[in-house]
Design a binder for this molecule. Structure first.
Ligand SMILES: C[S@@+](CC[C@H](N)C(=O)[O-])C[C@H]1O[C@@H](n2cnc3c(N)ncnc32)[C@H](O)[C@@H]1O
Length: 364
């Protein structure tokens, strides 16, 4: 509760640049006289209007939560002789706060560990009255800026009250990704949706949205009964093995045309992370060849360099016993019958274990 009170005070002194002495002197009557504009926030006038702060809806709610849920507890605890002097911010003893700066330092120490990149000193608490209340974004930018620190603080503050902010962001990310429709979301599209919703903070980033966005293609494949059956039974239509002999051993060819985006086969092996794969490669004995795709069409498909007609895509398939990550090979373009199916291994001459190995075929 004390940390929460510090946080409310910081909202005044840091976000709204209200002078410390005004915060100490902030009266309950001034809170009660605030001017609320529905959906916009509230304006609070301090010291007979000498200072003012325009609060957002959220900020007003935060202070309201302190006022209705925490301050009364402190008041009921106060000793006989204690006088709250009508002040809004009270210490645990029910007396007005005396030193907001040291309170903020305590708050700062608490959140510093979660504000990586922030300097060791507390953010400046301005002594002068600015008369302005809006957060000046133009003066703070870059990593470790005040905005970043607040965002880090908001997302990590160990009070359930603040979980809503994380939840809000998750919901916003889902909303934006759903609003993007069938088209892969772009920076401009995300910005347009954010502007339309008039979100100013806690705004979803493009990478977040892209992660949440499920392409219509993927969505259709996830539950495709034919694909699920083919993966389980390892029976794929329209492809076969072909021996290319010395040149490059066996490979896979199309025995019917495929349209761009069609599922051709899966790689059907144990799915491992990139780091696990690298570790496996590092631990592999010199000269011993090993494939990370096992015993399927996927395993036999040869490398294309940059001229691939097939691409591996990680998709979560919805099997009867639960979802499972699966790598499927999709047609990257329309493919004619009899074409060899090849994908880009991503291996180049200078790739990790290729140095010194005789991989002349990479030059093909
Ligand atoms: C995943 S396997 C592909 C199937 C393999 N051709 C076979 O007979 O089992 C990868 C190996 O095939 C060979 N390979 C793959 N792509 C090739 C290419 N474009 N040219 C020559 N050899 C290739 C290389 O020996 C490589 O290590």
């Amino acid at each position: 509760m004390t940390l929460y009170r510090y946080f409310c005070m910081a909202t005044l002194t840091i976000t709204h640049r209200v002078p410390e002495e005004t915060v100490v002197d902030f009266k309950v009557t001034e809170w009660n006289d605030r001017q609320v504009s529905a959906g916009v926030g509230a304006t609070i006038y301090f010291r007979d209007g000498a200072d003012r702060a325009v609060f957002s809806v959220d900020e007003e709610r935060w202070l309201g939560a302190y006022f209705t849920a925490i301050r009364p507890l402190y008041l009921t605890r106060k000793g006989e002789a204690a006088d709250d002097q009508g002040c809004f911010f009270l210490g645990t003893t029910g007396l007005p706060v005396a030193n907001p700066r040291s309170d903020l330092c305590r708050l700062w120490r608490h959140c510093r560990k979660i504000c990586e990149g922030a300097g060791p000193n507390p953010p400046p608490v301005t002594a002068e009255a600015t008369g302005t209340s809006s957060r000046d974004k133009s003066s703070v930018s870059g990593k470790g800026s005040r905005d970043d620190q607040w965002d880090a603080f908001f997302s990590e503050f160990p009070t359930p009250y603040f979980n809503w902010r994380r939840i809000q962001l998750e919901k916003r990310v889902l909303h934006v990704s759903a609003s993007a429709g069938r088209q892969r979301p772009t920076e401009a599209k995300v910005a347009a949706i954010v502007a339309k919703e008039e979100w100013k903070t806690n705004v979803p980033s493009l990478p977040d949205v892209l992660q949440a966005w499920v392409s219509p293609l993927k969505a259709a494949i996830e539950d495709d009964k034919g694909v699920l059956k083919s993966v389980v039974e390892q029976r794929w239509k329209g492809i076969d093995f072909k021996d290319f002999r010395e040149h490059k051993g066996r490979g896979v060819i199309a025995t019917m045309p495929f349209s761009k985006g069609e599922v051709i086969c899966d790689c059907h092996g144990k799915l491992i992370s990139e780091s696990e794969g690298k570790k496996m490669m590092d631990e592999m004995q010199e000269g011993v060849m090993c494939y990370l795709f096992f015993d399927t069409f996927g395993r036999r498909m040869n490398d294309s360099g940059k001229a691939s007609n097939v691409k591996p895509v990680l998709i979560q398939l919805n099997f009867a016993d639960g979802p499972q990550d699966t790598v499927l090979f999709l047609a990257q373009r329309n493919i004619a019958g009899n074409e060899e199916l090849r994908w880009d291994y991503g291996v180049r001459r200078m790739s990790f274990r290729d140095e010194g190995m005789d991989l002349a075929w990479l030059d093909d």
